[in-house]
Design a protein. Sequence first.
Length: 276
Amino acid sequence: MGQGNTDHPGRISQDDCDVVFPVDAQQRFNTVKNWIADAVRVTVLTGAGISTDSGIPDFRGPQGLWTRDPEAEKMATIDNYMSDPQVRKKAWQWKLEQMGAEREPNTGHDALVELELSGKLLALVTQNVDGFHQQAGNSADKVIEIHGTMREAICMDCGDRTDIETTLDRVRAGELDPACPLCEGILKSATISFGQGLVEEDLARAQRAALDCDLLLAIGSTLMVYPIAGIVPTAREAGAIVVIINAEATGMDEIAHAVLRGSISDLLPRLLSVRG
Ligand code: NAD
Ligand code: ZN
């Protein structure tokens, strides 16, 4: 590590890490651990891969929901959801199964709580809608749920939001496509589907966090869903070190300073714990 950037206290100069690109996995792990130890402001981007060890399938991994059932992608596309009651029924049944099982955050989520406790976490941008980061103990003001949350239902007409369980109780009671109790509008989980815009303010916060960090950790994402995947090159161009942790290749491996391949729930606790 070199002197850092004097304009930006704590920033690790990009020149320093371009010369360090070890090919050996253990060496690479140790290098990344040192980068994290030296960093002052870490922005984290998480995807579905951090939650698979909690029993929630990802979409595009080898066991992913869409890999096994390409039809399921329809549920996540807003036009299909709004126009087809069968898609809505399938979506609510799927949600019932997801929410019915006892599921908890795993050691990967816990490691990101440790990162926050160390004082280094600038922002935790998540593509996930499972609410596990807050449940594990990350502060609500650090977590940016860029694709919304499945813990709430929203009316697509009047915007009324309620706890998802209120709507799921109605589905359990036999209303397979429940309507908004206030205006009869279509209800949907408060997740951002394909074809829906992101919340501008959330995207702006995520972009700011990419510009202001020393180090960006992208964890458990294929980095194929835009615009949020774009914060990875944004961080890189702004001078941050970029580290990708994922079981398989991602769309951004080429621009990362280091890529760690392996199980997130195994790697993250070792990487982020002061106990090594
Ligand atoms: P993705 O499904 O496109 O990719 C997940 C990646 O994680 C894959 O490359 C897979 O190989 C890797 N992976 C899975 N389990 C892993 C593990 N234990 N260790 C290491 N790597 C692992 O996910 P995405 O890029 O986040 O995009 C999918 C979109 O779907 C997101 O935008 C998100 O909103 C949504 N989604 C959310 C959840 C959730 O909330 N838990 C689950 C599925 C999908
Ligand atoms: Zn309504």
